[in-house]
Design a protein around this ligand. Sequence first.
Ligand code: FES
Length: 146
Amino acid sequence: MTAHSPTRRTVLTTGVAVAGAAAGTVVLAACGGSDSGTSGSSQNTGSAPSGTTVAALNDVPVGQAKSVTVDGKPAILARPTETTAACFSAVCPHQGATVAPEGDAIKCPLHGSEFDTLTGALEKGPADTGLSPIPVKVEGQNVVTA
Ligand code: FES
């Protein structure tokens, strides 16, 4: 009888240790990934030269958004109405992962933050701010940096 109790304790302890180690591994791997090349770049999102074409307006369906590149950096181009566009940095304000439109929101694959598809406003943390806006305007058939 006394041998049964230590055995159960050993199993439980081992299980917790393995689960803790696994969770720690995931967190460390995620942090390492977020630090590779994106840290600090969110401060430079408005630096694209004015008049640089982001995409054709018709590349984005009305009411939706798509991933684009602005001045070599990941960005999101949204089309709130037939004739308007909005652009935000795709660098997550939490730890710098690249966010992307997915379903009815812009989502971060790293920790699950969500942002409004058309405004980039924060909808769900752990990020505590929305996506950084990038000034754009519609010029003819194209969306260009403003
Ligand atoms: S980097 Fe953590 S939620 Fe985006």
